[in-house]
Design a protein around this ligand. Structure first.
Ligand code: RP5
Length: 163
């Protein structure tokens, strides 16, 4: 676990890790300290409460929470902290993640969860970086470089198609 993590990545089960790894990879690529935890809203509710309640005090600045099925974790975590929470709907076996998406995105007014597309943990990582970059110029510049790389990639593909 990194010292002084700035981002907490939590998930309801270790079975969510193959999906959530993309968020971790983004944080690692940009050199942002983070921690990864398995905390279930249903199976380990007390640990989830204690994690969310202590997150800001421990110096975390953004939380990414992924879960599948009856995906209460992001919303429950968001209800226990004023840190921004980004929810990742993990694709479930029965309903392909539509249940996860609805569980995470349909938060009642007052407790927001910023929700990314089903399975798109990469965007959760990037959004967490953008939030941190509000007060981190070096990170803002690294994100700008990343955007230029995306642009160059598309331009190269376009060029190839034109040949
Ligand atoms: C949720 O239940 C987890 O987030 C996971 O997506 C889903 C299934 O969990 P396992 O039965 O694979 O542990 O709480």
């Amino acid at each position: 676990m990194a010292r002084d993590p700035r981002v907490g990545v939590v998930m309801g089960s270790d079975s969510d890790l193959p999906c959530m790894q993309a968020a971790v990879d983004v944080l690692e690529e940009f050199g942002v300290t983070h921690e990864v935890r398995v905390l279930s809203a249903h199976r380990t509710p007390k640990a989830m409460v204690s994690y969310a309640e202590s997150a800001r005090g421990r110096g975390l600045q953004v939380l990414i929470a992924g879960a599948g099925g009856a995906a209460h974790l992001p919303g429950m975590v968001a209800s226990l902290t004023t840190l921004p929470v980004i929810g990742v709907p993990v694709a479930s076996k029965a309903l392909n993640g539509l249940d996860s998406l609805y569980s995470i995105v349909q938060m009642p007014a007052g407790i927001p969860v910023a929700t990314v597309a089903i399975g798109n943990a990469c965007n959760a990582g990037l959004l967490a970086l953008q939030i941190l970059a509000l007060q981190d110029q070096a990170l803002a510049e690294a994100l700008q470089t990343h955007r230029r790389e995306l642009q160059t990639n598309v331009e190269a593909k376009d060029l190839r198609l034109q040949q």
